[in-house]
Design a protein around this ligand. Structure first.
Ligand code: SF4
Length: 392
C-alpha cells in the first residue's frame, strides 16, 4: 500500500480540528508521568480544554477543545513533555507498564528514556510517520501483541528478540545493543518505505530491513499471543512496595480526579489499555488511594463491567459519528447490559435500538464502520447504523 498523503497525526504543535474543537495529543514515552506532570496536564485540561484527560491506546494523552494552543505548548514544554519540537510526533514508545516493579524477564525502564533521547537526537528520524510505534516488552508479552512496527521482546534478563511489524525476526540482541538496533531499524524503515505509514504495509518490509542491516536471524521465534490482562487493583511490587492498577471509564480521566492522583506524589504510568498504574506506594498509602479514588470513579475492581467496554470518540467529537456513542455505552453499563463473560447468547448481526443492546464480554462501540480505537484481539463490535446498533 502506498499512501498519497503524509500522515496527519496530531501533536501539541499541530492540533487536529475535531468536530468539537481543536484536539492536542501529547506523547508520553512508556506512559511515564511524574506527579508534577500529571498536575500540569490536569490543570491544562481544566483551564484550556474540556476538563478531561483522554488516555490513548498508545499510552499517550489527548486534550479536547483546546482554547489556547500557544499556552498549552508553553506549559507542556516547561513540564518536560515536549523535549523536541522536530520529533514530537515520532515519540511513540510503549513499554510494559509494570516493568522493573512486578515480574517480567528484564527491566526495560532505562531503555525508554534512552530510546526517546536518541530518537530525538537523530535528525533523519523526524521523517518517520507519526503512526510508527516502538514497543519495549519486558518478556511478559503484554505490549508485543499491540501490533508495533519496531520493537524488542525480552527473552532473558539481558537478551532481546527484535520484532518488526509485530513479529519476531529471529534476531537476538543484548540489552546494550537494543537502542542501537531499534534506531537502525527505524532508519531502515525510511529506506524501504515509499510513503507507507506502517511497516506491515511495506512488501517484505521486515526482511528488507534485516537484510539492509546485515543481521542474521536465528532459528528461535517468540510466539506473540494476544494478551488482555489489564493490570487492575492491588499489585505487590518485587521491592515490597505496592502498585495500584486503576481503570478509567472509557479512557477519559476527569481533571479533578487527576489532581487527586497527582497529590499522591508517586510515579504514574499511562497504560496502552487506557488505564493508569500508580506505583511505589507503601501499603497504608495504597489503602488510602483506593479509599479516596474509588468513589471518584477510578476502577480498582477487576470484575467491573467498565473494563469490558471501549468506545470511539463519537458525537460530539467526531463529525462522522451517527450518535453519541459514549452516552449509549455508559447507559448500557449503568443499566446492567454489559455482561461479564462472552457468551453465545449475544445476538449478532441484528440492528437493535441503543437501549436494547446487550453484549457479553469485551466489546468496542463505534459511531461508524471505521471502528476507531478498536482494541486488538477477541472483541465484539457494536457499530452504529442509521437504524440502531449492529453487533458484529
Ligand atoms: S469510528 Fe467513526 S464515528 Fe467513531 S471516531 Fe472513528 S470516524 Fe468517528
Amino acid at each position: 500500500m502506498t499512501r498519497t498523503a503524509p500522515d496527519s497525526c496530531p501533536g501539541v504543535l499541530r492540533l487536529h480540528q475535531a468536530a468539537d474543537g481543536p484536539l492536542a495529543r501529547i506523547r508520553v514515552p512508556g506512559g511515564y508521568l511524574t506527579p508534577e506532570q500529571v498536575l500540569v496536564l490536569a490543570t491544562a485540561a481544566r483551564e484550556l480544554g474540556d476538563g478531561a484527560i483522554e488516555l490513548t491506546s498508545r499510552g499517550n494523552i489527548q486534550l479536547r477543545q483546546v482554547r489556547d494552543a500557544a499556552e498549552l505548548t508553553a506549559r507542556v514544554t516547561a513540564a518536560g513533555l515536549l523535549p523536541s519540537r522536530t520529533h514530537e510526533r515520532v515519540r511513540n514508545i510503549v513499554a510494559s507498564p509494570l516493568s522493573g516493579r512486578v515480574g517480567g524477564l528484564a527491566d526495560v525502564r532505562g531503555l525508554i528514556g534512552d530510546l526517546d533521547a536518541r530518537l530525538c537526537a537523530t535528525t533523519r528520524l523526524a521523517e518517520l510517520p507519526g503512526r510508527v510505534l516502538f514497543t519495549l516488552d519486558d518478556g511478559r508479552g503484554d505490549v508485543s501483541p499491540l501490533g508495533g512496527d519496531i520493537g524488542v521482546h525480552a527473552v532473558g534478563p539481558e537478551e532481546f528478540a527484535l520484532l518488526l511489524a509485530g513479529t519476531d525476526t529471529g534476531v537476538r540482541v543484548t540489552g546494550g545493543e537494543t537502542v542501537d538496533i531499534l534506531l537502525a531499524a527505524a532508519a531502515g524503515f525510511l529506506e524501504v518505505s515509499s510513503g507507507q505509514w506502517r511497516l506491515h504495509e511495506i512488501a517484505d518490509g521486515p526482511a528488507r530491513i534485516i537484510e539492509s542491516l546485515g543481521l542474521t536471524p536465528g532459528p528461535e521465534r517468540v510466539e506473540i499471543l494476544a494478551d488482555q490482562n489489564i493490570p487492575i487493583g492491588w499489585l505487590n511490587q518485587d521491592d515490597g512496595l505496592v502498585a495500584l492498577g486503576a481503570g478509567v471509564r472509557l479512557g477519559a480521566l476527569d481533571a479533578r480526579v487527576a489532581e487527586f492522583v497527582a497529590a499522591v506524589e508517586r510515579p504514574v504510568i499511562v497504560t496502552p489499555w487506557r488505564s493508569l498504574v500508580i506505583a511505589d506506594l507503601d501499603e497504608w498509602a495504597a489503602e488510602q488511594v483506593v479509599r479516596v479514588l474509588a468513589p471518584m470513579g477510578l476502577i480498582f475492581d477487576a470484575a467491573s463491567p467498565w473494563l469490558h467496554v471501549s468506545a470511539c470518540a463519537g458525537q460530539p467529537g467526531c463529525a462522522k459519528s451517527l450518535t453519541d456513542v459514549r452516552a449509549d455505552v455508559t447507559a448500557a453499563v449503568e443499566s446492567g447490559r454489559v455482561l461479564p463473560e462472552a457468551s453465545a447468547e449475544t445476538a449478532r448481526e441484528q440492528i437493535v435500538p441503543a437501549e436494547d443492546v446487550t453484549v457479553a464480554g469485551r466489546q468496542h462501540w463505534s459511531g461508524c464502520d471505521r471502528r476507531c480505537g478498536r482494541p486488538r484481539g477477541d472483541v465484539t463490535d457494536v457499530v452504529a447504523t442509521p437504524d440502531g446498533y449492529r453487533v458484529d
